[in-house]
Design a binder for this molecule. Sequence first.
Ligand code: NAD
Ligand SMILES: O=C(O)C(=O)C[C@@H](O)[C@H](O)[C@H](O)COP(=O)(O)O
Ligand code: ZN
Length: 370
Amino acid sequence: MTTIPVSGEGFRAYDVEVGSGLTSDIAARVTPFLKNQRTLIITDSRVGPLHAGTLSAALEASGITAPVVTLPAGEETKGWDGLKDLTDAMVDAGLDRKDVVIALGGGVIGDLTGFAASVYMRGIDFIQIPTTVLAQVDSSVGGKTAIDHPKGKNLIGAFHQPRLVLCDLDLLKTLPVRDIRCGYAEVIKYGLLGDRAFFDWLEANDQAVLALEPAAIEYAVSRSVEMKAEIVAADEREGGQRALLNLGHTFGHALEAELGFGATLLHGEAVAIGMGMAFRYSARMGLCDQAEADRAVAAIAQAGLPTHMHHIRNAAFAADVLIKHMGHDKKAEGGKLVFVLVKGIGEAFVAKDVPADSIREFLIAEGATA
Ligand SMILES: NC(=O)c1ccc[n+]([C@@H]2O[C@H](COP(=O)([O-])OP(=O)(O)OC[C@H]3O[C@@H](n4cnc5c(N)ncnc54)[C@H](O)[C@@H]3O)[C@@H](O)[C@H]2O)c1
Ligand SMILES: O=C(O)C(=O)C[C@@H](O)[C@H](O)[C@H](O)COP(=O)(O)O
Ligand SMILES: [Zn+2]
């Protein structure tokens, strides 16, 4: 097991534990964070039947009341209706300020539960037990919690750090391959944004990671969490370098918004395409060698991920509509778009002076309509 501490100015430190079998002694691991012998497990309709019963039973066997709230699986749940249903369930369960909720699921359940915990009685504690690769390497760490607004991704949210994150690698064994690949998109993002050696390792070991081979997945999750913890520690509220974690997201979130946040394009797939676009745009603007962009795109594709907008079946995009969506990006300043661009693999930077015309021309070159 690897323990990665997350600490920074302005928030209480916590640990991210990565390893196999962590939830087999769940009661011992969460008890230090419970003030009452009571919790509420929040999960979704796919994860619940697979894992929530075991977890709840183990907690109950140790004298901890742990009922389960099950929400519909899918990104659609990460909206106002999902937040209402969840907060209703928290009220019905009679949770008080000293109670702690447990998010058991992927990024959707983690982001939604974290946000509900941040507003319920003006803030209660929560624990993350991420069950997707994406949630283990990214969404469970760092305290960004939110719901989507029809006009933009994660537009309504709060920074609310968890008390503990348990990345039990065994929970990933039931994950469909499409979702494993989505998680891999956020894993390779770390190499692409700031660790060339990690990228090299991933390029050589991607199939082992995707097959969840124990040593490979443990290293991929731990290294990703380590990088995220370091960035969040330095800049929790995204005043500066935390924006690097948004590589591929300005393009990706615009595609997600245009497609209505559903199963046509999952977040990891949108990020994969967005990273391809960020590298190709950077090369087009002379910021990065074309060979670097080609290598980055090839590594994303080698993992079975999409890299271009035309890889999304039955979808067409208009350049101006995508730019309008980008206007809702949280990095935008004074109406100006901000992008994470690259000088090469492992060398991302925040670009605040990106001309909208050049983005429009690029989108058209990428297949969007004028
Ligand atoms: N807060 C952050 O920093 C952050 C970072 C990255 C992504 N996100 C958000 O995370 C969300 C995407 O997360 P995701 O990819 O985990 O999606 P998800 O939560 O929808 O999970 C993907 C699918 O896998 C299923 N699933 C989850 N765990 C499973 C398991 N162990 N076995 C079988 N099925 C399982 C779910 O039911 C769902 O159908 C997006 O909303 C994105 O915006 C947030
Ligand atoms: O933690 C961060 O910071 C990230 O940007 C991680 C992203 O992978 C994640 O998708 C995040 O939710 C995007 O944040 P947003 O502020 O662009 O909504
Ligand atoms: Zn993301």
